[in-house]
Design a protein around this ligand. Structure first.
Ligand SMILES: [Fe+2]
Length: 174
């Protein structure tokens, strides 16, 4: 694969794992506040982000390109409300969307069609990620300072299930 593309893919692995760490920190914040449904939702998000990183790792291996693992930064912390947490989720996902778009652009520039197709899954996934965060923000805004509204949303968040994301065409891990 093109050197610039390999470097950007390796950087994306780091970004996905940083995302996982950020959501794990948010999950811990929610747990401390007694918001177990949100803690669960954010933990599932952590698992998904780890899988996003693992699938890029796996893709590079299948293509025979070197994987490089970079240090993962300490995630942010210290939110004041669940609304603030989800606003940060959305803001963070927007930066990830931009990063995936940049990768897709590089893959097209270097005419790496296989990587363009691989990245399509990620492009679509980002639409879903931003949409989910936007929905939850809207519901939290509707609840406002109403505690029973917040607890109802927390119960809804507890229903999220985790299914390992499958990227089409990617052979299973060794
Ligand atoms: Fe991700």
């Amino acid at each position: 694969m093109n050197e610039k593309l390999v470097k950007a893919m390796n950087e994306q692995i780091n970004k996905e794992i940083y995302s996982a760490f950020l959501y794990l920190a948010m999950s811990e914040w929610a747990m401390q506040k007694g918001l177990k449904g949100a803690a669960h939702w954010l933990y599932v998000q952590y698992l998904e982000e780890m899988a996003h990183g693992q699938n890029i790792y796996r893709y590079l291996q299948v293509r025979g390109d070197p994987v490089e693992l970079y240090p993962v930064a300490k995630p942010e912390s210290g939110w004041n409300s669940l609304l603030e947490v989800y606003r940060d989720v959305l803001a963070h996902e927007k930066t990830v969307t931009a990063s995936i778009a940049n990768l897709a652009n590089i893959s097209q520039d270097v005419r790496d069609h296989a990587t363009s197709i691989f990245l399509e899954w990620y492009v679509t996934e980002q639409v879903e990620e931003e949409g989910n965060a936007t929905d939850i923000i809207q519901r939290l805004q509707l609840a406002g300072d109403n505690l029973s509204g917040l607890l109802m949303i927390d119960t809804e968040l507890s229903a999220r299930t985790f299914a390992p994301p499958v990227v089409p065409g990617l052979p299973p891990a060794p």
